[in-house]
Design a protein around this ligand. Structure first.
Ligand code: ADP
Ligand code: MG
Length: 240
């Protein structure tokens, strides 16, 4: 098994507060890896360290055996990371197809571009809505379009922070199926989430963060069976 992403002793301090503290985490090639934990556990901060929008206070981040700790976000993207943003970045006034076209055009040309456009629209279940302005899509469909634009780059690692935020249970399940299809095509996925049904649906490996530290790690079954995890996370309800 080869590591796509590896953090060693990764930490981020805000003033005196350690939001992420000494995190060693490995994402193996081909996995759907979920990062879970209670609110304030440091999930989004860890995510931002990996994509490069936060600078690490200490520790290292290796991506495909290259140290990217001090690399700019766009350099990480060029090396094969792709990020599905939480805030919509689709062009709402443009048709769905045009959005996909724009995401593809930098690296695919001619007939390949048309084929890939079609393939993605089918994959995202957006073919029937291809001519609609993206802004006219339902919230869930906009999220799938976002995912489609992120995967148009053919990334090695797809990163998502709470891709199911604001989605209905049906839309959440469909998002899980989409992620599984992308993974079946060979994409490695790191997902930050707190929707347990969704995590059960997709996770192949789970890391639990608590107070910025790795609290538990393993398969979904192992993590669920850990009484400590149940106590800090699974047994408790928390606001979204
Ligand atoms: P999660 O995504 O797991 O809910 P976060 O990573 O957003 O957790 O936050 C972890 C901790 O770091 C929280 O205590 C939060 O208040 C703090 N934090 C996050 N971002 C900042 C920031 N930009 N400045 C100061 N504190 C922050
Ligand atoms: Mg968060």
């Amino acid at each position: 098994m080869s590591a796509v992403l590896k953090t060693v002793g990764l930490s981020k301090h805000f003033g005196g507060h350690a939001a992420v503290s000494d995190v060693d985490l490995v994402v193996n090639r081909g996995d759907i890896h979920c990062l879970i934990g209670p609110n304030g556990a440091g999930k989004s901060t860890f995510f931002k360290l990996v994509v490069g929008t936060h600078e690490a206070s200490s520790g290292t981040i290796e991506f495909l055996d290259t140290d990217v700790t001090r690399k700019r976000p766009y350099e990480r993207v060029k090396q094969g990371m792709s990020i599905k943003m939480q805030t919509p970045s689709v062009f709402k006034e443009l048709p769905v197809r045009q959005n996909i076209h724009i995401a593809l055009q930098h690296h695919v040309r001619g007939a390949d571009l048309a084929n890939e456009e079609e393939r993605l629209l089918e994959l995202l279940d957006l073919a029937a809505d291809a001519t609609k302005p993206a802004g006219a899509l339902a919230h869930g469909q906009q999220q799938w379009l976002e995912i489609g634009m992120a995967v148009a780059l053919k990334p090695v690692l797809l990163l998502m922070d709470e891709p199911t935020a604001g989605l209905s249970p049906e839309e959440t399940f469909k998002t899980g199926e989409l992620i599984q299809r992308l993974n079946a095509e060979g994409m490695t996925v790191l997902v930050v989430e707190h929707d347990m049904a969704f995590i059960r649906q997709i996770a192949q490996r789970v890391t639990v963060l608590h107070f910025g530290k790795v609290f538990a790690e393993g398969s979904m079954a192992e993590v669920i069976a850990d009484p400590g995890v149940a106590e800090i996370y699974l047994g408790k309800t928390h606001d979204h």
